[in-house]
Design a protein around this ligand. Structure first.
Ligand SMILES: O=C(O)CCC(=O)C(=O)O
Ligand SMILES: [Fe+2]
Length: 223
């Protein structure tokens, strides 16, 4: 394996070469583009996986993951979350006020974790999966700043399936415009450094007729 990191003004080029089984050949070289957000460190690679690899991973995850409909308390009332979720990894973690008991890693999740770790140069011991069944499924404004994630967490987010809008908004600076990107099938988004301190992000609902989408956020939970 060789990892080469070249930092330009706005992009980091990471080249890597890994052995994969022939049926699922990962293309060599990943370019992570740095997004121009002040007070943040965010990188995006629209085609981290080819469309064929992405189709296969999407199918495997739809079939193998233990998808759950969880509820959250809103204004004192239990409401179903507008998406299905699952949590795999080595450590428990509290998210949106819910205690998540992780499931042991599936082989496909291990494989994705290794590839994402190689691209980011970080280690992750947990992954939260979200399944957005249609355009009415969503995730509200939040930042991933739970104390268990440490001061400046690195969060690697893989998207598979229907394209959805992902927006960032600065917590305090009104002079800084929100940033919107469309997360494509097989894309990788990396959020690290001070991003979670200063920015919120969300997945809004859409009236468009969108395909189901799976998002995986790899995290390192301290414990
Ligand atoms: O679905 C996404 O892209 C966002 C997921 C997210 O922000 C999270 O799991 O914390
Ligand atoms: Fe998040």
């Amino acid at each position: 394996m060789s990892v080469k990191l070249v930092e330009g003004q706005f992009s980091i080029l990471i080249r890597h070469q890994t052995k994969f089984d022939k049926s699922l050949m990962k293309e060599k070289g990943t370019t992570l583009h740095r997004l121009q957000l002040p007070d943040a460190e965010v990188y995006y690679s629209p085609h981290f996986y080819s469309s064929r690899e992405s189709d296969l991973y999407l199918q495997e995850l739809l079939e193998q993951v233990d998808w759950q409909q969880q509820s959250i308390k809103l204004f004192g009332k239990l409401q179903p979350m507008p998406r299905l979720t699952a949590w795999y990894g080595d450590k428990g973690y509290t998210y949106s006020g819910l205690d998540n008991k992780p499931q042991p890693w599936l082989p496909v999740l291990q494989k994705l974790r290794e590839q994402v770790q190689e691209a980011s140069g970080q280690k992750y011991n947990s992954v939260l999966l979200n399944l957005y069944r249609n355009g009415q499924d969503s995730m509200g404004w939040h930042s991933d700043d739970e104390p268990e994630l440490g001061q400046e967490p690195s969060i690697a987010s893989l998207s598979l399936g229907g394209e959805r809008r992902f927006s960032f908004k600065h917590r305090t600076r009104k002079d800084v415009a929100p940033v919107r990107i469309t997360l494509s099938h097989g894309s990788l988004l990396l959020m690290q450094g001070p991003t979670q301190h200063h920015w919120l992000h969300h997945i809004p609902k859409t009236a468009k007729d969108v395909q189901p989408r799976i998002n995986l956020t790899f995290r390192h939970v301290n414990g």
